[in-house]
Design a protein around this ligand. Structure first.
Ligand SMILES: Nc1ncnc2c1ncn2[C@@H]1O[C@H](COP(=O)(O)OP(=O)(O)OP(=O)(O)O)[C@@H](O)[C@H]1O
Length: 270
């Protein structure tokens, strides 16, 4: 079982007399890539701000079992006079990175996000996509274990969207990513959990796409699977392809090995 990093229990949030979120209960596990979905005004950004600790619930509770949270708001500040690199150096010092460490940390992220050619460009002249990357880099400089992204694809053209999704796919191996979005492509590529908020703030559904693993084994006889009847098994001659929740994988592997099965393949599925 993965560590639970956020748990909401009957969480409600009222802003200026308006009940925005009502009685939400959910969990996010460590290293999840979770999408928060819902119509305009359903409360997605508000929920993200609660996860970030910018807002506290009006009632109910939120348990944050995190070390450090990186939050990237939907809109990067307008009209910043700093040049891109100058701005990131200033942000690094806010995060307590030593002068010596700054160049090293920044160069890794500058390479990863491919923004080398814009380092001396004033931020107010950078494209929306570049500013979005700067926002994420700024959050990553704090070495967060959780990255919260509010509508990261808004305003980006389709190639910048693909580019950013690709980066996030790399990052999700290292860090928990929770994002709000209206873009199906982002959910399809990244999310293994979806939290859906219905209008008027009521949680409509909380669909969890659990991580799955595929196990391929050679088996002596079909009886070895008789205790695994709730698990999806596809037979090909004397090999079987079994789909299991990742959390159950080790336990099932041990049981199959004990029953003289030969394991041919184990891999993560999306
Ligand atoms: N600071 C605030 N003051 C007053 N009302 C607010 C504030 N923040 C949010 N709200 C209200 O809370 C509701 C939810 O807003 P929120 O921005 O969380 O929705 P959202 O789902 O992120 O919307 P969108 O998809 O349009 O970005 C809206 O009705 C909004 O007007």
């Amino acid at each position: 079982m993965e560590k639970v990093i956020f748990e909401a229990v009957n969480l409600s949030k009222e802003i200026e007399g308006n009940l925005v979120l009502q009685n939400l209960s959910f969990k996010f596990e460590d290293k999840v890539a979770a999408a928060i979905q819902g119509h305009n005004g359903s409360g997605k950004s508000t929920l993200l701000k609660i996860l970030a600790g910018i807002y506290e619930p009006s009632s109910g509770k939120i348990i944050r079992n995190t070390r450090r949270i990186g939050y990237v708001p939907e809109h990067f500040p307008e009209n910043l006079r700093f040049k891109l690199k100058e701005y990131l150096v200033i942000m690094s010092s806010f995060h307590g990175i030593s002068r010596k460490g700054i160049e090293f940390e920044l160069s890794k992220l500058i390479d990863l996000f491919e923004i080398e050619q814009f380092l001396e460009v004033p931020l107010k002249h950078c494209s929306k996509g570049t500013k979005q990357k700067v926002g994420i880099i700024q959050a990553l400089l704090a070495k967060p274990d959780v990255l919260l992204l509010d509508e990261p694809l808004t305003g980006l053209d389709s190639s910048s969207q693909r580019n950013l999704i690709h980066l996030l796919e790399k990052l999700k191996k290292e860090v928990t990513i929770i994002f709000t979005t209206h873009e199906d492509v982002m959910i399809e590529k990244l999310a293994n959990q979806i939290l859906y908020i219905e209008a008027r703030g009521i949680l409509f559904s909380n669909e969890t796409r659990k991580k799955k693993r595929l196990i391929k084994v050679e088996f002596p006889q079909k009886e070895v699977f008789k205790d695994l009847d709730s698990i999806h098994i596809q037979y090909e001659g004397n090999t079987a392809v079994i789909t299991v929740d990742s959390a159950m994988c080790d336990q099932i592997l041990i049981s199959l090995l004990n029953k003289k099965c030969s394991v041919l393949e184990v891999r993560e599925m999306r």
